[in-house]
Design a protein around this ligand. Sequence first.
Ligand SMILES: CC(C)(COP(=O)(O)OP(=O)(O)OC[C@H]1O[C@@H](n2cnc3c(N)ncnc32)[C@H](O)[C@@H]1OP(=O)(O)O)[C@@H](O)C(=O)NCCC(=O)NCCS
Length: 332
Amino acid sequence: MTKIRAKISGVNGWVPNYVLTNKELETIVDTTDEWITSRTGIKERRILKGEGQGTSVLGIEAVKGLLKKTNTDPSEIDLLICATTTPDMMFPATANIIADAIGAKNAFSYDLQAACSGFIYAVTTGSQFIETGKYKKVVVVGADKMSSIIDYSERTTCIIFGDGGGAVLLEPTEENVGIMDSILRSDGSGAQHLHMKAGGSRKPASHETVDNREHYVYQEGSAVFKFAVTNMADVSAEIMAKNNLQGEDVTWLVPHQANKRIIDATARRMEIGEEKVMLNIHKYGNTTSGTIPLCLWDYESQLKKGDNLILAAFGGGFTWGAIYLKWAYDPS
Ligand SMILES: CC(C)(COP(=O)(O)OP(=O)(O)OC[C@H]1O[C@@H](n2cnc3c(N)ncnc32)[C@H](O)[C@@H]1OP(=O)(O)O)[C@@H](O)C(=O)NCCC(=O)NCCS
């Protein structure tokens, strides 16, 4: 019997209009454009402004465009997974809100939380539903409104993050394209270095938690940096070795966009040149679950059927992982 694989048959991204530049950040915290650019590679990021605007807005816009591009009727969607760390609410799932807004009446939908590795986790999970043969159209969204949990008085963390999201459509194929392999990892002992102190069941919101600024990202930047460099490079090298791929066989590295220095270290380890690395950190910063689909969207016109892509991410949890996929279509 021929193996059914999941292929990405379309991608779309969406970012809000408001551009928060390094120059503007210089007026908010004690920093400089030069420091941010040289330490992270980020020049600007997008911010979702407006009352009542949550992560679902990013997802809804990304999915609407995806359905249009791929000529998909919302009623055909079987499953919608939203990878996010900044859900609209603690419950219901942001995926439920997105599915309702786009009219995916026949879909079941759920959120997946794996911080910056969320999209890789969700594509791997979504592809398994396709591989069983039971589901035909799975939408995977990666979106985060990071500005909702960032302390704009804390200069080491606030310069990194931005808002944005993207979505892909997964469909079955019997051709030699699609999701070929994935490696997913987690290590909960890393929680101490990157977490949000309050607002969960362990420490519900109170006047005191708000006064103590405990509803924002707590990040020990240099500790996270060391784990990210090692693990993102290791898992990328591991998935290449597992699939007998050399640097020259890889058409594109699609890395999570957290810090240009982490991305460079991963590319060096994979022995691939910078011309093969998708990069948009300079314009969007770290959009957490949004970075990888936003990269695929930005570079879609350069992708050809059969291209070998390695998607790699590292994030809070700690979580990390890599996907090896063969791109399934030529540019239109
Ligand atoms: C956050 C990060 C950019 C900080 O860069 P860094 O090189 O590690 O910087 P450090 O925290 O060691 O700080 C170095 C110095 O710069 C200063 N500094 C920190 N932020 C600054 C800013 N925005 N502007 C100017 N100076 C800054 C520090 O105070 C420190 O000064 P000191 O040497 O006088 O004490 C980097 O650690 C990082 O990218 N970490 C990984 C983040 C990540 O991937 N997170 C998401 C998980 S996916």
